[in-house]
Design a binder for this molecule. Structure first.
Ligand code: J2J
Length: 539
């Protein structure tokens, strides 16, 4: 048995043994699953992406080519590789090649820029960074040059498309013999945490724990080889990858259709052409799709299940979705740290419209506790803490933070405020963590505050969520400036130039003379939220 990756926290031995004995952890790797698919039905269509149509066999061939090529480059077990690809077929050939080697993808989002990517590369000591040449009007190659200049560990930049000064993924070739495959208990990759701290946190997930979540999710969603999943959200995000997402589809031998955009024109075309049966959305996309569907009248008759999650979903909009699309709605309340809750397909409508579901199995322990970690009576609102076969016991290289983020008996503090119904379903009521949920994109207030504080014109800053009709929440930065000539545009331009992802740049900046304080003299974000709410309501 190999030891667990350094700077990661393994599950306590007793829990691990329990999960194995109950069959939650079955000792399979993600590579094993792909090999099984090829064996069972290699000619089934696995991925559609633009003009690319790969069967499972073709996918596996691409995976082998890349695994050999990566090996020839010296990429090997436990090496970290930052993967920042748009939704395309090659996303999967790259990650399965890394899985085969036991090298560890770090799933960056396409929106991440220099600050985030160089942090991931430095923090994980990544040896390679994999990008597309361009996507969404952005050229990733100059970004890669900047990242490389500040990331001493980085040996390779590999590019899908026109490689410029780097190496092209498509032409890599080698006959290098492959090393022994990893173990199911090994860390397989890193997900990113939504985060509430100064620096982003990385989430080590193992093959065993991820496959537990994927298999359970695929069963709950009743996937089969007939299922066709439209991947609209970023492919590496936990929701799109594993709830049940693309990996859940591969597990049952279905087909994944990649969409590089969430615009109704493109997705409706793909849904009717490929006879898509299931897709996953964040709440802001729902009214956009519904409005467009009512005017364009596309053929969405193949669609059986629409999953919505990532942020609070209004029950009125949920009812509208069911009425207008005539398919099943599933609410999904998940987190990259592990726990995922689902409403079940045959649940009563009241549960589907008004709750965020329940965990995959009873071994996903969920507790609702007060500020002192004491269990609350069922129905009361409190902090959600959780432990289970897919929930991590520690972030990567974050010992100090881990001491606060987990209870002594290994429960993860989700930072969500929830209530549990008599049926055991969870309703998300709010948030205790210092985060803004911008339509499913998570922003750590502290991370952005930290960047703004480095500006010489800023004396102090506090970032809070403000209501937004479309996104649910947007971010508002309250700033005490040193100099009255400092303007909001100076600060947003500053953040952009530093290389912060666009979604983290405050949507609004309010200059203020002094912060309201709590009874113990801390900045009261609660009062700041009320202030901006009132200001927005009065215009
Ligand atoms: C309210 N808040 C929600 C929901 C997540 C499936 C689905 C989503 C994610 C995800 C995921 C919510 N209602 N339905 O990983 O596998 C907020 C909570 C949660 C945080 C996690 C998956 N669904 N949230 O969103 O890691 O605050 O994962 O703790 O990005 O999103 O964010 P993330």
């Amino acid at each position: 048995m190999s030891s667990f990756l350094a700077h990661c926290t393994p599950w306590p031995a007793a829990l691990a043994a329990d999960y194995r004995s109950k069959g939650h952890w079955q000792g399979q790797t993600l590579s094993d699953l792909l090999a099984l698919r090829v064996e069972q039905d290699g000619d089934h269509l696995a991925i559609v992406s633009d003009a690319t149509r790969w069967t499972y066999r073709q996918l596996a061939q691409e995976v082998d080519r890349l695994a050999q090529a990566f090996t020839a480059l010296g990429i090997t077990k436990d090496d970290r590789v930052v993967v920042q690809l748009p939704n395309c077929a090659e996303f999967f050939s790259v990650i399965f090649a890394l899985f085969r080697l036991g090298a560890l993808p770090v799933f960056a989002l396409p929106a991440h820029r220099k600050l985030e990517i160089s942090y991931f590369c430095q923090h994980t000591e990544a040896v390679a960074y994999i990008i597309a040449d361009q996507h969404g009007g952005f050229d990733y190659r100059p970004l890669a040059s900047e990242v490389k200049a500040v990331s001493p560990s980085l040996q390779h930049v590999l590019v899908l498309g026109d490689a410029g000064p780097f190496a092209a993924l498509q032409t890599l070739n080698s006959q290098a013999p492959l090393p022994a495959p990893p173990l199911a208990s090994d860390v397989a990759f890193f997900q990113l945490s939504g985060g509430s701290t100064g620096t982003p946190k990385l989430i080590p997930r193992t093959h065993d724990d991820y496959i537990y979540s994927m298999r359970g999710s695929a069963e709950i969603c009743q996937l089969s080889s007939e299922s066709v999943y439209l991947c609209v959200l970023p492919a590496g995000h936990n929701f799109a990858l594993c709830s049940p997402g693309s990996l859940g589809i591969f597990y049952v031998g279905g087909t994944v259709v990649m969409s590089s955009s969430a615009s109704p024109d493109q997705v409706f075309h793909l849904i009717s052409r490929e006879r898509v049966t299931i897709t996953a959305l964040v709440p802001p996309l729902v009214p956009v799709w519904l409005d467009a569907a009512s005017s364009l009248q596309p053929d969405l008759s193949s669609l059986q299940l629409v999953q919505v999650g990532g942020a609070r979903f209004n029950s009125g909009m949920a009812a509208r979705l069911v009425r207008e699309l005539g398919c099943t709605l599933q609410q999904v309340f998940g987190m990259a740290e592990g726990l995922v809750n689902y409403t079940r397909l045959n649940d009563a409508e009241s549960l589907i419209l008004h709750t965020q579901g329940r965990p995959i199995s009873l071994d996903d322990e969920v507790r609702v506790v007060d500020d002192e970690d004491q269990l609350l009576p069922v129905g009361e609102i409190g902090h959600l803490i959780t432990r289970g076969p897919s929930t991590i016991h520690g972030y990567y290289k974050a010992a100090e933070h881990n001491a606060r983020a987990f209870t002594v008996d290994g429960f993860y503090r989700t930072g969500d405020l929830v209530r549990q119904t008599a049926e055991g379903y969870l309703v998300v009521e709010g948030r205790a963590k210092d985060q803004i949920n911008r339509g499913g994109e998570k922003i750590s207030a502290e991370e952005v505050e930290h960047q703004l504080l480095a500006h010489k014109g800023v004396q102090d800053v506090a970032i809070v969520a403000m209501p937004d009709a479309y996104l649910g929440e947007k971010s508002c930065a309250f700033i005490i400036r040193r100099d009255n000539t400092l303007r909001a545009v100076d600060l947003t331009a500053y953040l952009r130039q530093l290389g912060l992802a666009a979604y983290k740049i405050p949507d609004r900046i309010e200059f203020i003379e002094a912060f309201p304080k709590t009874g113990v003299g801390k900045v009261s974000k609660k009062i700041l939220r009320q202030m901006i709410e009132q200001r927005l309501a009065s215009v």
